[in-house]
Ligand binder design. Sequence first.
Ligand code: NI
Length: 169
Amino acid sequence: MALLDILTYPEKFLTRTTKSVDNIDEKIQKLIENMAETMYAAPGIGLAAPQIGCDKSIVIYDASSDKEKQDYQVLINPTIVSLEGEVVSENEGCLSVPEFRADVQRAAFALVEGFDREGTPLKIEAEGLLATVLQHEIDHLKGILFIDRISSLKRQLYKRRVKKRLSKK
Ligand code: NI
C-alpha cells in the first residue's frame, strides 16, 4: 500500500467531473486500498478519487466513531436518488481545503445508490453524519467543494487567505 498525495484548493483537478467505473479490476482495488490508507493517515472520514488525482467515480468513507477498526465503505459510481429535510453540518471540513472549517447547509436525509468494490449494487439510506459525508464526497465527483456551498463572503475570506499563503511561497 502507499500513501497518496492529496490535492488541495485551488488545484483545478478538483473542479472536474469524474467518469464512471466500467470495470472494477485489480487496478481499482489497489487504488481503493491506497485511498483508504491515505484517508486514515490524514486523518479524514471520507475521500473521493479526485482528491488524489484520479478522475473515476469512487468514494470511500468511515463515519464510525471507532477508528481503530478501520472498517471503511466503498461506493463506486454513486448517485444521489433523493434528499430530504435540512440540517446545518457544523464545522465541516475537507482534506482538500486545509485549515478551514465552516457550517454548511445540507439535506438531513439522503438516499444513495451505487456499487461496492465487488460490484454489488448498494442502496444506502443515510441520516446524520453519514448523510453529510455522502453528500460531501459525492459533491467531489461533480467537482464541487464544500466551500462552494457556503456564503460568498466566507468563501472570499478563505480564497484571500489561500492567495496570501501562495504568494509567500
Ligand atoms: Ni472533501
